[in-house]
Design a protein around this ligand. Structure first.
Ligand SMILES: [Zn+2]
Length: 75
């Protein structure tokens, strides 16, 4: 029974990690283009996504300059 449950629990743990790592925004805070989850950085609010590496770098240099629009606030 244990040998059957272990991979299942591992799967659930991985799914939870992926959801937790999902960005809080879907618009790039730097230039307002569509953000791609592969370019993301962890902040106090969660992961913030950007459209490209350049935007991510700009944000990391001065996070206060680019307010992040969260998904729920865009409705
Ligand atoms: Zn951008």
């Amino acid at each position: 029974m244990k040998s059957f449950l272990a991979p299942l629990i591992a799967c659930l743990a991985m799914a939870t990690t992926v959801l937790a790592a999902w960005p809080i925004n879907d618009i790039c805070p730097v230039d307002a283009k569509a953000a791609r989850p592969i370019y993301r950085v962890k902040t106090a609010d969660g992961f913030v996504a950007f459209c490209c590496m350049d935007c991510l770098t700009s944000y990391e240099k001065s996070p206060g300059k680019y307010p992040v629009k969260k998904k729920d606030e865009q409705k």
